[in-house]
Design a protein around this ligand. Structure first.
Ligand SMILES: C[S@@+](CC[C@H](N)C(=O)[O-])C[C@H]1O[C@@H](n2cnc3c(N)ncnc32)[C@H](O)[C@@H]1O
Length: 255
């Protein structure tokens, strides 16, 4: 039976699901987790071999956007909803010792994994407990913001994009992968806690998503669909087919 809950409850459920992903990555979810899905989405074996395997095992992203981000040595990067840290560690290898990466997340179990896996090789990475809608950073702190499968889970997306834009330098890039929809979801799907936490219920209609990015002061440079990304369960697949729920990767620039 489906569970109907309010928005605060949804965030609590999101934390419950991703605490479980952090501690039991081989569990049963509506979505794929781990190295196989990362490979399917475009991460090369060479890239994955450079970062702690436990971080790869807990990967729950929905796309690949490092080709869009084009990270350069010395850049400062913010990973929004960094999970167990896979993307943050990859970013760290690309920006090198003169750059730095900060990952933020709201799920303690994910942050614990990420901090535990941060070995000497990754002294240029840090992880903090922070909510995307209220980032604890000064204006213009970062060259690049990355995020994988996260903004759909945030109830106030306009505020999330405003915060991302605020902490980016002028000309800074946002390279993200996320779930959007072709058709507006019905209230029944949006209030289905399980579908929300599985990256479906909170997905925004794609034109509104683009509008929220632009309203926050960023210019969309490129967007592409990730047809390789699939939901696993029947209920997730049904909602996905009916409303055109899909994964996209995009690059935007702060104007
Ligand atoms: C689908 S997982 C993706 C994790 C990671 N990016 C990856 O690719 O493996 C979503 C992550 O976003 C975090 N998250 C959800 N809502 C958030 C928010 N409002 N602020 C910060 N992190 C959030 C969750 O705790 C979870 O770790």
């Amino acid at each position: 039976m489906r569970q109907t809950v309010d928005r605060q409850e949804l965030v609590r459920l999101v934390k419950d699901v991703y605490a479980k992903v952090a501690t039991e990555p081989r569990g049963d979810y509506h979505f794929e987790v781990g190295r196989a899905v990362a490979g399917k989405l475009g991460y090369s074996a060479e890239l994955l071999d450079q970062v702690p395997s436990e971080a790869v095992d807990s990967f729950a992203g929905v796309g690949y956007h490092f080709d869009l981000a084009e990270l350069q040595p010395g850049e400062s990067v913010l990973d929004l909803g960094s999970g167990s840290g896979m993307d943050a560690f990859i970013a760290a290898t690309q920006v090198g010792d003169t750059g730095n990466v900060i990952g933020v997340d709201i799920t303690p179990e994910q942050l614990e994994n990420a901090n535990r896996l941060r070995s000497e090789r990754f002294q240029n990475v840090g992880f903090r407990h922070a909510e995307i809608g209220a980032l604890p950073f000064k204006d213009g702190s970062f060259d690049v913001a990355i995020s994988n499968g996260v903004i759909n889970l945030v109830p106030d997306k306009a505020k999330a994009f405003e915060e991302i834009s605020r902490v980016l330098k002028k000309g800074g890039r946002m390279a993200i992968s996320d779930i959007v929809t072709e058709k507006q979801l019905t209230e029944g799907i949006v209030c289905d806690a399980t579908l929300w936490a599985s990256c479906i219920g909170g997905a925004m209609q794609q034109d509104n998503y683009r509008g929220a990015i632009e309203a926050a002061g960023m210019r969309l440079v490129r967007t592409r669909d990730n047809s390789e990304y699939e939901f696993l369960s029947e209920s997730a697949q049904g909602a996905s087919e009916e409303f055109g729920v899909k994964s996209v990767s995009l690059l935007a620039e702060k104007v």
